[in-house]
Design a protein around this ligand. Sequence first.
Ligand SMILES: [Zn+2]
Length: 283
Amino acid sequence: MPVRLDVIVASRFALDGGAMFGVVPRPLWERRHPPDSAGRIRLASRALLMRFEETGRIAVIDAGLGGLWDAREKERLGIESEEDGLVRTLGALGVNPEDVTDAVITHLHFDHAGGWVRRDSAGRLRPVFPRAIHHVQREHWEWAMRPAARDRASFLARSILPLEEAGVLKLADGSGEILPGLEVRVSKGHTLAMQVPVFRGRSGTVAFPSDLLPTTAHAGEAWGMAYDLRPLDVAAEKAALFATASQEGWILVLEHDPSHEACTVAVSGEWFALSPCACPAEL
Ligand SMILES: [Zn+2]
């Protein structure tokens, strides 16, 4: 039986355009992503729902920003995200929070992991998916507990620690298969031990590169983010991803692209060309 896939826009928000494009000069990036008057560019934060019909497992990859934001933070980050936005969208697709068996956390930065936690009716911070195994790399978890000053602002204890308190974490040591056909590959350029899910289905492969390829504008080798801890590793990992994706016809889901949910990759001379496409509904 095939695996059903749904790409969900969990949140929309905005970040400083300069920070999103690192060393790329503004006249180059602003043509592709026109900034607002505060210099911010609009971004999506997507999640991927995977329904494994053969085994009944239901996986959610990343969770957007969630709803634990006060008015000032919402204004600063241009957040359009309600506490139950992801849950409501899943509900419309026929999935209840209790049905989700696997939460795949690429990494714990707030724009990917804020949505794993919400307040219950008594005001306590609890996992959104109470029965799910929450998969994260051990090295990344430990980094998130003691980040460097450089990326401390990207981790929010309120949306991370309740996962540990609830005992839902499964810490992994390296790349490997977590569900039939669904492998995570450790990537070390953006942050310590981010994991990139790659699903090899019956009729094709879909990967979820997370912050290794945030938008279609980040295809070029030098087009990384100022947030990347190891920019040269990001460039090398991206080139390796593109080489395989172009050879094998992979579809890459784009977590942050404001307009496009996914793309394919083709070799074009020394360059890789990305073509926006839809994520297949099943594989
Ligand atoms: Zn990140």
